[in-house]
Design a protein around this ligand. Sequence first.
Ligand code: ADP
Length: 335
Amino acid sequence: MKKVAILTSGGDAPGMNAAIRAITLQALHFNWQVIGFNAGYNGLLNKDYQLLDSYSVNDIIRYGGTILKSARCSAMKTPEGPILAAKVLAELNIDCLFVVGGDGSFRGACAIAPHYKGNIIGLPGTIDNDVNGTDQTIGFATAIDTAIDAIDKIRDTANAFERIFVVEVMGRDCGFIAIESAIACGAEQVICKEIIDNETSFINRLLSAIKQSVSENSRQSYVIVLAEHALSMSAHALSELIATRCNIDCRAAILGYIQRGGSPVAEDRILATQLGIAAVNLALENQKMVMVGKRNGKLVTVPLAETNLKNEQNKQLIQRLNQFNFNLSGRINQH
Ligand code: ADP
């Protein structure tokens, strides 16, 4: 009989519970013993864990967050952290560790690997969609829906007051949430790091596009979706700059943590369930140190060490902008 462990790490994402459930039920199906480390790598280092059985995962599929708690763990970034993690895994006789998290969590897994005889399998769980090797991460679809809901409401106020809004969405260093929610909300502009070569000239282009739009139709609302950290200035500073330079009322709204929570949408529940089952099957086949993802509708595996390659993601993101007719200055082309 195998003994396996699960941890959820990094920013929590809706659908992590669905992944825990699927891994647990599939492992139990093979008569494996399952434990869950609490609070990400912290639980692993501190031997803080719980036994998982079918009762523990009953009816968790519909809840956001993670029953195992998620956390960041700075000790894992020290030379001793991964060695201790490997020691604990060996002491507890864990044959395979399932890590549900983002590329940072997978870097943690890669740091453990040289010291650990067992296996580690990754499942992409983050709202940011910033993991190479999968078209979509668990939590991304829900985060988009949450952002859309909020931006639509902001648009109502923008319409009523003939105002410009800068809406900041999450995404850490990646523009996927900004782009997908901008497309879905019909935003007039999207700003993310991937499309900015030179910030000063980008801002100048943005300001002249706004001025032009305002002069052509002063009664039209105007929504700019801004990815966090895309600019060196804050969303509030940008809205003040727009207000001053374009002589128009402009407000900033920062969506923040509401995008991380909430009941997962069907797409995330189904993706997490598929990836959870597949991850256990990969462990059974003894495939080592891979992440399971989905590309073009098919399950795929990617070496954990390659999950943080950004070039491929940037290409995908630019393709997406082009597909939906945003030009590379972030502005939707007029027909
Ligand atoms: P995400 O997994 O969502 O990308 P983070 O980047 O915050 O989130 O990473 C989550 C955790 O993974 C960190 O708190 C740390 O414990 C571990 N981790 C990240 N990078 C490394 C690294 N280079 N070496 C070891 N552990 C890491």
